[in-house]
Write a protein that binds this ligand. Structure first.
Ligand code: ADP
Length: 160
């Protein structure tokens, strides 16, 4: 069985990577799918986010990286993934995620949404927290893969 792991990944964090590593042990294939959201201006370009994920998952077999816009279920069908995978950090994620899962089920009944509980030590971690810490010069090396830490340093040095 193959799984689609969709998200903004702006940027990829060690919480995301933990989920991808665990999913790669559970599924025959995992497609990490970066959302091209025209309504949002991301901190990192699509190409940068794809490269961050490729670099951090090079050691994992069966992990593919792609990008999509439009409906997640359409991309799941296109990439032949039977499962949409999402991470649950806390109760606060639950209501939103359940709403999306029900909507996706109504659009494509054959695609199942599965939730993996986030690693406890990453449960406070989000891309926006990482961006905030990095923006103010804090150390993010324990929160993101090496390549992402370098990208963040470059991004915020240039902005200063
Ligand atoms: P989105 O904008 O779709 O929420 P994110 O990039 O923030 O995209 O998250 C993508 C997926 O990764 C979501 O399922 C989210 O719950 C999960 N996720 C976010 N942060 C973590 C974390 N620290 N550990 C594990 N999973 C996470």
């Amino acid at each position: 069985m193959r799984a689609l792991y969709p998200g903004s990944f702006d940027p990829l964090t060690l919480g995301h990577l933990d989920l991808i590593e665990r999913a790669s042990r559970l599924f025959d294939g995992v497609v990490v799918a970066v959302l091209r959201n025209p309504g949002k201006t991301p901190a990192f370009s699509l190409d940068q986010r794809l490269e961050q994920i490729r670099a951090a998952t090079r050691h994992l077999s069966g992990v593919e990286v792609g990008s999509f816009d439009g409906l997640t279920v359409s991309f799941a069908q296109e990439r032949r993934t039977q499962v949409i995978l999402r991470g649950l950090r806390a109760l606060s994620d639950f209501e939103y995620e359940l709403q999306i899962a029900h909507t996706n089920k109504s659009l494509a009944p054959e695609v199942e949404t599965l939730f993996l509980a986030t690693a406890v030590h990453h449960s406070f971690l989000s891309s926006s927290v990482v961006r905030e810490v990095a923006r103010f010069g804090g150390d993010v090396s324990h929160l993101v893969p090496d390549g992402v830490a370098q990208d963040l340093a470059r991004l915020f040095n240039r902005a200063e």
